[in-house]
Design a protein around this ligand. Structure first.
Ligand code: GDP
Ligand code: IMO
Ligand code: MG
Length: 513
């Protein structure tokens, strides 16, 4: 039976709307699975985040990375529609850049549609994002793509939407009002405009073309770029995608592509170390304009037996703890440089920090958007239990092959609280308390010490294996341990970046998760 048929018969069954989300801190392999399921889908839609995402699809030796365009675009030729929904913060520059790359590779995008209501990313959002990060000493470690400021403008009721670029007068009116706000804030943050000028020299900001010595932002240049250049290039793709998707529900096969991960959700993550959209299934459904109850099947991706995080924030199981966090944030740090500094790729290092470097190298854990080394830690079941409360219990495990050479595996089963007494309403959390489900509050999470369960490694290369039964017994033991301890159902297992490197295990229960 072909992989597509197996996936359909054993996993998707009679589901019509399926969502791929991430149950960790992002970068778990959403791109690979969206591409895989795109052969089944009629339409693929993104509903959250923006160009902060980096979704990788590997076909043979060619790697495609998409930041904004859905990962289903490679199936345009097969008649599939790809949609960017209303919940996305859309930077036209990035869309145009991705279209140029598709053109270069002779890949069509005739059926790409962009929501009229997608939030419009403007130069001031990138400036604000970068200036705040620079002034705060990279407090969050954002991707610098203007995500937070653009969502802030939306909730602050001064944002623009994509459709505005098609109506020049409306665009100018709204832009003036929006710039007045940003100029007021920036006049305090950067009174002599030196920071602004420097930031605007970046190629993401038209190499300085938007800067005005007198006004800070050159309104005319922005209007020309957005209402003429971008409108000309992407205007015909802008439409009411929500109406279309609502109409498709139950009639056509819809695949929703999540961005980021549950633990980075503005609503469920450990605030403030999060992104600015709701990366859960709830945010995703809303972000494409349908109801959560219209989603028949939610598949949550989970890296195992390790996980990663990019940027700042608590990560209890991180190999090398604070040292690793600082190392990964250091200016100019790359995977190549750390290899030069600490060359040794052994997974069995007693020194945790070095073990982390080995995992990063073997797993290729380099940020797809920023190129930063991703922080690595052990699989954290309290965090997984927390994510599945919203995202459901059907999961896909990825990257197990990275641990093929490991002789032992540690999995975090629970936490012991090691911080000061901490009041939560009438309950007081005290030192020594055991937690099985991760708390959302970083004030608690940062004092959580993991309790590890130890399992033996399988010491066997696995990327060529295609059935669950052929997997090493010790790998299956690990999969079943995760299922038991986190009360999840593992429906697929990924053993490499390519689509065929996938094991379909299927699910016992009905289509709803
Ligand atoms: P996304 O943001 O969730 O789409 O994930 P990214 O593309 O940022 O990061 C996942 C990386 O792991 C990509 O380079 C994928 O090609 C790669 N990948 C996906 N699944 C597997 C797997 O099972 N094993 C290995 N070794 N690599 C994988
Ligand atoms: P995908 O879809 C991993 C992280 C950033 C930072 C925080 C806030 O590829 O899984 P932002 O620029 O969004 O304001 O940054 O969120 N972050 C991601 N980390 N994968 C992503 O996307 C991410 N998108 C944002 O590193 O810590
Ligand atoms: Mg990614």
């Amino acid at each position: 039976m072909s992989l597509d048929t197996l996936v359909q018969n054993k996993v998707l069954k009679d589901a019509m709307t399926v969502a791929i989300v991430c149950n960790q801190f992002g970068d778990t392999g959403k791109g690979k699975f969206v591409d895989l399921l795109s052969t089944w889908a009629d339409v693929i839609a993104r509903g959250t985040g923006g160009a902060n995402a980096g979704h990788t699809i590997k076909i043979g030796s060619v790697e495609h990375v998409f930041h904004l365009i859905p990962s289903g675009i490679l199936h345009d030729r097969a008649g599939k529609y790809n949609i960017i929904g209303r919940g996305v913060v859309l930077d036209p520059r990035v869309v145009v850049k991705e279209l140029d790359l598709l053109d270069k590779a002779s890949l069509p995008y005739e059926r790409l549609r962009l929501s009229m209501n997608a939030k419009l990313v403007l130069p001031q959002h990138l400036v604000m994002d970068r200036i705040k990060e620079a002034k705060s000493g990279k407090e969050i470690g954002t991707t610098g793509r203007g995500i937070g400021p653009c969502y802030e403008d939306h909730t602050g009721r001064r944002g623009l939407v994509l459709n505005d670029i098609l109506n020049r007068d409306v665009f100018v009116r709204k832009l003036k009002r929006n710039l007045a706000h940003h100029n007021t804030v920036l006049s305090t943050l950067d009174p002599d405009m030196q920071f602004t000028k420097k930031i605007m020299e970046h190629e993401h900001l038209a190499n300085g073309a938007y800067f005005s010595q007198t006004q800070r932002f050159d309104l005319d240049v922005i209007v020309e770029m957005y209402a003429t250049t971008y409108a000309g290039r992407i205007g015909a793709m802008i439409t009411d995608t929500e109406a279309r998707l609502r109409d498709y529900v139950g009639r056509k096969k819809i695949l929703l592509e999540g961005a980021q991960g549950y633990l980075l959700s503005v609503d469920y993550g450990s605030h403030p170390y999060v992104t600015s959209s709701d990366a859960s299934i709830e945010g995703l459904a809303k972000g494409v304009g349908i109801r959560v109850r219209d989603v028949d099947l939610v598949l949550g991706i989970v890296k195992a037996p390790y996980m990663t995080r990019v940027g700042v924030g608590p990560f209890p199981t991180e190999y090398g703890g604070e040292r690793s966090e600082k190392h990964c944030q250091a200016e100019g740090m790359t995977i190549d440089l750390e290899q030069e500094l600490y060359f040794d790729n052994a997974l069995h290092h007693d020194n945790e920090f070095l073990r982390g470097i080995a995992i990063r190298k073997i797993g290729g854990e380099k940020g797809a958007t920023t190129g930063r080394p991703r922080r690595v830690g052990r699989l954290d079941l309290p965090l997984l239990r927390y994510s599945t409360q919203t995202n459901g219990n059907k999961v896909i495990l990825t990257k197990l092959d990275v641990f093929d050479d490991a002789d032992k595996i540690e999995i975090c089963k629970a936490y012991v609280y090691k911080g000061p007494a901490y009041r939560m309403g009438k309950y007081t959390l005290k030192q020594g308390h055991i937690l099985f489900c991760a708390p959302q509050d970083p004030e608690i999470l940062k004092h959580c010490e993991p309790i590890y369960g130890k399992l033996p490694g399988w010491n066997q290369k696995t990327p060529g294996i295609r059935t669950y039964e052929e997997l090493p017994q010790k790998m299956r033991d690990l999969v079943e341990y995760i299922e038991r301890k986190a009360k999840v159902e593992v429906v697929m297992i990924s053993l490499g970046p390519e689509r065929e490197q996938t094991i379909v295990r299927g699910g016992a229960a009905g289509i709803r998760s």
